[in-house]
Write a protein that binds this ligand. Sequence first.
Ligand code: COA
Length: 177
Amino acid sequence: MTLRPYRPADCAQILAIYGPIIAHSSATFEVEVPSLNDFSERLARIAGRFPFWVAEDAQGSILGYAYATTHRERIAYQWAVETSVYVAPTAHRQGLGRALYGALLPSLVERGFVWAYGVITLPNDASIALHAACGYESFATYSAAGQKFGEWCDVHWMRYALNQARPGMSEPTFRGL
Ligand SMILES: CC(C)(COP(=O)(O)OP(=O)(O)OC[C@H]1O[C@@H](n2cnc3c(N)ncnc32)[C@H](O)[C@@H]1OP(=O)(O)O)[C@@H](O)C(=O)NCCC(=O)NCCS
């Protein structure tokens, strides 16, 4: 297994991992599987501004990915990011999620961000356990924060301190890998 930066040619394989989660799981609140074209534009936008890591096997199949995105648009929030990680079901529990976050978090530290937030729809024991294993701490649960498949879902927030928040801190660096 190799970890490397996202490339535009990865988009279809990533959608093959993410699409079924949109269609069948509340792990994402996205409800419609995007077209490959729209998804590709989205990933290009994200990977241009934030680190975006993929894990691939020796045959070039993508097994998982992790990236950061904007937490909230208002400029005062610019030191905070949300992080996401997805691993193909056939590759669960083999250390890929941990390895992907092991690459992602240092690249966010290096760019000067302060907080990485994990935003987890409940129930998702695997995601909570992975985030905790990577050093995130739980700090909030929003009750009935959203509805998917006709069910209200709670959303659990976890955070990882990337850098200490200091007065007069320089702006973080927005760049891909
Ligand atoms: C959450 C997810 C990314 C975990 O990825 P993974 O590659 O299977 O996780 P790892 O093998 O790296 O596990 C690292 C640690 O996390 C914890 N963990 C992971 N999956 C777990 C599970 N199902 N139950 C309990 N603990 C789990 C364990 O502490 C594990 O360490 P260990 O195997 O040494 O005990 C994966 O289950 C997934 O893709 N789920 C669907 C998408 C999703 O929910 N993404 C998160 C959105 S917020």
